[in-house]
Design a protein. Sequence first.
Length: 82
Amino acid sequence: DWSALLYLNSVDKDFAGGELAFHDIDIDTIVRPLAGRLVAFSSGLENLHRVLPMQWGKRYVLSMWFTCSERHAHQRLGLSAA
């Protein structure tokens, strides 16, 4: 399974805070939201993450999730066998 974020506006211009933080063993990795930036990552425990608190403004992001797993597929849409 995969997660993706497409940022529609930018930090420090339209809002403050709201950065994406990945929790790594040695140091956290911070991703700054910039309009047009696409962040994609696997959705497992290897990518624990959170969004830092907002300070002002509004943060707009398109969140998406993808799967190739039949177990996680939508029941009616499913994965079709070709």
